[in-house]
Ligand binder design. Sequence first.
Ligand code: GDP
Ligand code: IMO
Ligand code: MG
Length: 421
Amino acid sequence: MSVTIVLGTQWGDEGKGKAIDTFAGDFDYTARYNGGNNAGHTIVNEFGTFKIHLVPSGVFYPHVTCLIGGGVVIDPGVLLEEINSLRAAGIDLDGRLLISPRSHVIMPYHKLLDGLYEEAKGAGATGTTRRGIGPTFADKVSYNGIRWSDFADKDVLNDRLKMQVTLKNKVITALGGEPLDFNGVRDEYLGYYVQIKPFIRELFPIVQGGLKSGQKFLLEQAMGSCLDTDWGTYPFVTGSTTIASAATTGLGVPPRAITEIIGVTKAYTTRVGAGPMPTEILDDESVMQTLSEVAATTGRIRRGGWLDTEVVRFSSMVSGIDALFLTKLDILSAFEEIKICTGYELDGQSSHYYDLDSYQLGRAKPVYETVRGWHSDIRGIRQFADLPREAQEYVERVEELVGVKVGWVANGPEREAVMAR
Ligand code: GDP
Ligand code: IMO
Ligand code: MG
């Protein structure tokens, strides 16, 4: 059995797409199984630059079969657009993209409600991607969801969808929104189903058979560990599990089958949306400029700050991470001195991530140590030993503080910019 999970150890956008693109060539299958099209995974390779939301990032290797597990929620319009744009780039998905009929469908009312809830919450909003993720997962666990399997029987779909549109319209109008037309929604989605049907297949025998015959699975988790519904900074989280256990429910992989867990860690910290981020930099314009980014899904500005090893240590423990894939080391080349957060203090007491709720974490003060930067361009370097001494020391210090070895260091967005250690 060979199952490798790649997951984010921070608040998402760690560079999981790049890590998957680095590894996927050695695998038979690559799979998504949590989240939905709130994810935006950037891949830069010989085919171009892609910001992928639903299709597994291993798609660029023609021999790799791509699976979307039942744990993913799918906006069919976004999926079809993605399939078409990949096709236009010469990446054919016919016969090699398989979607679980258990996956739930993001409906227009989910997207509408996502926005209406956010607006109603005002200053207390989550800062969601407004892709309908939370409302779709809420419907899933409250037995109100619509799955692809429901589309197989028009009468079943008609009854279930009619009930949902009726229910949701009551909430939508109460919140000041425009009610949806049932026939319009049904016909639009039946149109999507015709196009998506060829990809829908029960994945259970494929996964079980593959595990039995020794085929290799690369599992691409979405979001980051601190956005996990249970272990993240609740209520500033996402609607699905983002720690390693997501693979068991979202794809049907038995826990014992998981052989390796790789944690993708950005060499600093970013967060998009609301919620606590102890190392966020708010008072130094030039550092802020260097560390902030533009979000791949929504185009919002990502908040930036120094590396928080308390968070990465927590994520490594909760998921049992074997090795880290450290990204964006090249961005830190801008600094003469670099800070690393080693832990927190709250009200004069040393505290851990897991001790604090979101509101306490918002008040926690990071404890920093300052290390010397290398302050030179490291892009283009392909061997760890060729990095400036200070850059090597930074990586070694991260390993020490997190307690997990760094197996790979990335120093650029493109496929070649990665050093295995
Ligand atoms: P994901 O959601 O975890 O896949 O990450 P995103 O794609 O949302 O954000 C990561 C961003 O960093 C993307 O723009 C990547 O192209 C970029 N990136 C990844 N690794 C590196 C790296 O080592 N150096 C630089 N400069 N950019 C990187
Ligand atoms: P990838 O896979 C970064 C954040 C949103 C918001 C919160 C809830 O690219 O790392 P949601 O729309 O999920 O209900 O929003 O979660 N969020 C992400 N942040 N990267 C992501 O995915 C994210 N997916 C959701 O910004 O704060
Ligand atoms: Mg992203």
